[in-house]
Design a binder for this molecule. Structure first.
Ligand SMILES: *Cc1c(COP(=O)(O)O)cnc(C)c1O
Length: 361
């Protein structure tokens, strides 16, 4: 028996459940459980990564100046208002560690991304969940949920696992209603999938208490490399840099991310493919009696008649080598989150769900 006791809140953290990646005894398995880009990263990023192989004995840059200026150039932002992290997960963790502690509340929505709760608890703060309206972020509920103890409010827009998003006017209304001593964090992990959407950059650029997070893990296909970034007021960046490890990102990660962000054509190409096959997938499932909300991301949240049906369908898909995500942990027990794969994968999913439905008639 140990006499060591972890900090308050730590033992309340349920371990993050990643998406499954293999099925015993099956080859030809398609992983549609982690919202990864079926095309992987752009060639430019792979090439940059390989070039860095000659540089592995060198410590990486501590200020990420080169990646930050590339991001700033491409997105037309101020480089000094950018911070890079080991995935946007690390940025979320910096925010909680820097701004929330014991007695403080961290607000997020009913079906919000699980790292908000995990990072809040890790910081010793109290996670507080507010209801959504039919699987959509409810600005009024969030504003009503704010107390004098609230320090951080997280929303993902588009949200994971619902795929829904709220309008820029609604986000602005949320920002307008949040007290100045409380930080609104706009998680833009899927922003690249929404044509013409800045992920909240304009708001983060003009408000003292709005911050945006972004990632290279989704559309850029670099989830395995772990690079994300945040954008917001200079004062906040300065705070977060104090809790950031000086060498948090490796040379290969920095180089690949820089090449990827400059590859604007790749973004366009992947967005177009995703939009096309997302619509095809959602429609195909709806025709089989499996509806979903209009998704703005690279996955659809398929709704079944019951938890039992969702689980049975998941089991059947798995037997066919199709890995999707159960989302009971997100309070959506009758749903399955299905990443939009390439054309062949989307066709396999619809085909398999049809066979499942036919067999259960
Ligand atoms: C995937 C995801 C992230 C984090 O991804 P990283 O790989 O840590 O950058 C953040 N927010 C949401 C909503 C996500 O779905």
């Amino acid at each position: 028996m140990t006499d060591l006791t972890p900090q308050q809140g730590i033992m309340d953290i349920a371990l993050y459940q990643g998406g499954a990646s293999h099925v015993e005894g099956l080859s030809n398995v398609v992983k549609l459980s982690s919202n990864e880009n079926p095309f992987g990263p752009p060639d430019s990023a792979r090439e940059a990564l390989v070039r860095e192989a000659g540089n592995l004995h060198r410590y990486p840059s501590t200020d990420h100046a080169s990646l930050r200026s590339a991001i700033a150039e491409v997105h037309q932002l101020e480089a000094e208002q950018i911070i890079c992290g080991v995935g946007s997960d690390e940025i979320i963790s910096f925010l909680c560690n820097a701004y929330a502690g014991p007695g403080d509340e961290v607000l997020y929505t009913e079906h919000g991304f699980s790292m908000y709760r995990i990072s809040a608890l890790a910081a010793g703060a109290t996670p507080v969940e507010v209801r959504e309206r039919e699987r959509v972020t409810d600005v009024d509920a969030l504003l009503a949920g704010i107390t004098p103890r609230t320090r951080l409010v997280f929303i993902a827009n588009p949200n994971n696992p619902t795929g829904t998003m709220i309008s820029e006017a609604e986000v602005r209304r949320l920002a307008d209603g949040i007290p100045s001593n409380c930080l609104l964090v706009l998680d833009g992990a899927y922003a690249e999938y929404v044509e013409g959407y800045d992920g909240g950059a304009a708001l983060a650029a003009t408000r003292t208490n709005v911050f945006m997070t972004r990632t290279f893990s989704k559309l850029y296909g670099l989830g395995g490399l772990r690079v994300g970034w945040g954008y917001g007021p200079k004062e906040i960046i300065d705070v977060l840099n104090r809790v950031r490890g000086p060498f948090n990102l490796s040379n290969p990660a920095l180089a690949a991310a820089e090449a990827a962000v400059r590859d604007v054509e790749y973004v366009e190409k992947c967005r177009t493919e995703n939009t096309k096959w997302r619509a095809w997938l959602a429609e195909g499932l709806a025709e089989l009696g499996v509806p979903s909300d209009t998704s703005t991301a690279n996955f659809v949240l398929a709704r079944f008649a019951s938890e039992a049906e969702a689980n049975a369908c998941d089991d059947y898909l798995k037997s066919q080598g199709l890995l999707v995500r159960r989302v009971a942990g997100y309070k959506l027990p009758n749903c399955l989150r299905i990443t939009v794969g390439d054309e062949a994968s989307c066709r396999r999913v619809v085909h398999a769900v049809r066979a499942f439905k036919d067999a259960s008639q």
